[in-house]
Every structure is written in structure tokens, then in C-alpha cells.
Design a protein around this ligand. Structure first.
Ligand SMILES: *Cc1c(COP(=O)(O)O)cnc(C)c1O
Length: 370
């Protein structure tokens, strides 16, 4: 039996009755956009994120973009991001007319390296965007200290970090404004696109609220050039249901990570994830490393085990950014990661016997019993 990289079977069957009941109520009430279900989800998610305000938007990329714009980041500004993040982190900066400045991560946690951040700060730097990659919280103590030293803004990219913590504080609560995604595959995923912003600043909240809705706070009155990027009523309802399960589902991910750690320690040249003592992870991805990555991926595929690479082509090698003339040799760690990382299946509902098949096939690969 093939083991898919991701399956919604278990989580869907767990909440199917609730979702269907709620969908009926949704049809009966005939509210589709900017209604009470959005407001209610925003309150729920603000409370989950230990933040004063939350704004539902169309997707994670829009959340990052609107977040940056609400801090008035624009043409000529620079924003620092990790070089090994998903393309959306960089695109949001480019949409503002600003420049993404890439920083090599730490080789052990895969998260942005605070030492490298300091080296890349210029007079044009306006913000840092820490990305809680694969679910592990970044070193927010250091990043906040840098932001204070240089008077920079922080926009967390919390698309992968739902429920992660740094020094017991939940991610999505550190920055001036923080963005997240509810893309179906994320830990908290909608049944379609979705995203949100969180902030403790009433001023920033009000700017962002206008930006997501045509730049308007009052119907047909437009204060600024805004966008149409709103989380709809249907997704808001579904997300409020799913939010009740996020802690349980993250715990299931943690148990899978613990199993992998137990079985995959000291196997060949395999490196398993390191979690900083001060951080917790939402275990959005479980990413291992080996020099024999491609052969291992091929071997697992032949055994019906699907794996992925997050991410195979770094931002500095993407054609859409050729005009920024990034130099790949400036990012030796990202380069090394892109050649050696492999993401194993990790999701609620992945069964013990499936996990055993995955780990046994990895062990066999390194013991040459293939
Ligand atoms: C998924 C993701 C995004 C973008 O979210 P969308 O909802 O797909 O637009 C941004 N940053 C990171 C790190 C992501 O994983």
C-alpha cells in the first residue's frame, strides 16, 4: 500500500459531521463575504495567537503583502528574509516595490541566522521577516533585539508555524504584524485558500483592514489604494471548527516526529531535525538530510513512500529574480540544504504500521539491504 506524502482522510472524517451541519447553516444564513463568521473566526484566531487583533485575508501571500504595506514598506526599502524560504516570502516584498535581502540560515535548525541578519542590514533595511520554517519557531529573542538596535519592523511569516512557541510565547504574536496561511496543506488548513494577519497595534490593524477591502473603511469611501483579499464566510466557519482541533493535531505530529527521531538516530550519514531548547515546533514538515538524498528519495518511491523537497530551487536561483543578481555563493548553507534535504510524511492519521514501513525502508537503504 502506497503511503502518500499528505492525506486529509483522517482529519476530514473526524470533523465531517460538524462541517456538514455547519455548511447547512451557512446556506440558510446566506452571508458570504465580511459577515459574522469571519468576525467570529478572527476573534478565535486572535485569542489562539495571543494577539489583540486578527484579520482574515484571501491567502498567506496576501497576508504578507498587506502586512508589509500596513507598515508602509515600499519602493527603495529592503526586507530581510531567510534564503531557504518558500517563494511567497520574497514575492510579498517585491509586490511592495521593496527588495528581498536573503540571509543564510543556521545549518542545524534551518531557521534564519541572527548573526547573518546583522551583516545584511543597510540604511535601506526597514524590516525583518522571520519564517518559522517547517514549524520550528525562530530565535525571536535575538531577532527582536536586532530590530530594537536598528529600529526595524518585524513581520513574522507564520504560515508553517501554527501553534509553535519561542520561550513559551506563541508564534504570530511577536511582530508588529504577522502573517499566516490557511492553505489546505498547512497545520491549520481551510478547504481552499485563506490567510490571516495578527497584530497588537490598533493603528496597524486599521490600515490593514482597509487594505484588504478596497482601501475602504466605509462603503464607497476609499482612503487608500487597496486590494480585494478577504477570508470568506464559508472558510471562516470551517476554520473555526478546525481551530478547535489544532492542539490535538499538532500533538499527533509531535508523536510522529518522536517516532522518527527514535528510529532514525545514528543511521548512515542521516541528520534528523534539531529543535532549539527554547523553541517548540508545530512539525509542519519533518525534514531529514543526507548526501544520498536523491537515491534515498528514489528508493522510498520504489517502495511506495512519497516524499518531497522543501525547497529544491532556492529563491536566488529562480528566474523571476534574475534581475536582482543574487550570487549563489553568498548562500553556502542554503545551497547545501537544497541538495540534501528530504521531507518525510507527517500528518494526523499517519498510522504506526505506515511509519514503521517508512523508517524500515530508510534503515534498509543505509544498510545496503535494498
Ligand atoms: C504556504 C506559505 C506561504 C504562502 O501561503 P499561501 O496561502 O499559499 O499564499 C508563505 N510563506 C510560507 C513559508 C509558506 O509555507
Amino acid at each position: 500500500m502506497a503511503i502518500p506524502f499528505l492525506s486529509f482522510e483522517h482529519t476530514n472524517s473526524q470533523i465531517k459531521k460538524e462541517i456538514l451541519r455547519d455548511f447547512e447553516a451557512f446556506l440558510d444564513e446566506s452571508n458570504y463575504i465580511m459577515g459574522p463568521s469571519l468576525e467570529s473566526f478572527e476573534q478565535n484566531y486572535a485569542s489562539f495567537s495571543n494577539s489583540k487583533f486578527c484579520l482574515g485575508v484571501g491567502n498567506g501571500l496576501d497576508a504578507l503583502h498587506i502586512g508589509l504595506r500596513s507598515l508602509r514598506i515600499g519602493h527603495g526599502d529592503e526586507v530581510i528574509i531567510p534564503a531557504n524560504t518558500f517563494i511567497a516570502s520574497a514575492l510579498a516584498i517585491s509586490y511592495c516595490g521593496a527588495k528581498p535581502v536573503l540571509v543564510d540560515p543556521l545549518i542545524d535548525t534551518y531557521n534564519i541566522d541572527p548573526v547573518n541578519i546583522r551583516e545584511k542590514i543597510t540604511s535601506r533595511t526597514k524590516a525583518i521577516m522571520p519564517v518559522h520554517l517547517y514549524g520550528q519557531a525562530c530565535n525571536m529573542s535575538e531577532i527582536l533585539a536586532i530590530a530594537r538596535d536598528y529600529n526595524l519592523k518585524i513581520v513574522e511569516d507564520n504560515a508553517q508555524g501554527h501553534g509553535a512557541t519561542w520561550n513559551s510565547q506563541i508564534t504570530g504574536s511577536f511582530g508588529h504584524i504577522n502573517a499566516t496561511s490557511f492553505y489546505p496543506g498547512k497545520n491549520l488548513g481551510a478547504y481552499g485558500d485563506g490567510g490571516a494577519l495578527t497584530t497588537n497595534s490598533s493603528d496597524i490593524y486599521h490600515v490593514a483592514a482597509e487594505l484588504r477591502n478596497y482601501g475602504s473603511s466605509k462603503k464607497y469611501v476609499h482612503e487608500r489604494l487597496g486590494f480585494n483579499s478577504r477570508l470568506d464566510e464559508c472558510q471562516s466557519r470551517f476554520l473555526s471548527i478546525k481551530l478547535k482541533y489544532i492542539k490535538e493535531w499538532n500533538l499527533e505530529r509531535k508523536k510522529i516526529a518522536d517516532f522518527y527521531e527514535e528510529k532514525l538516530s545514528n543511521i548512515g550519514d542521516l541528520i534528523i531535525p534539531t529543535i532549539d531548547d527554547r523553541a517548540t515546533s508545530s512539525y509542519h514538515q519533518y525534514v531529514i538530510r543526507t548526501r544520498e538524498r536523491d537515491a534515498l528519495q528514489q528508493h522510498l518511491k520504489s517502495k511506495g513512500v512519497q516524499t518531497l523537497i522543501h525547497y529544491p530551487i532556492p529563491i536566488y536561483n529562480q528566474r523571476c529574480y534574475s534581475d536582482l543578481n543574487f550570487n549563489p555563493s553568498d548562500y553556502p548553507i542554503t545551497q547545501e540544504l537544497s541538495k540534501t534535504i528530504l521531507s518525510l510524511p507527517i500528518y494526523p492519521g499517519l498510522k504506526h504500521h505506515q511509519l514503521s514501513i517508512i523508517t524500515q525502508n530508510i534503515i534498509d537503504f543505509f544498510s545496503d539491504e535494498r
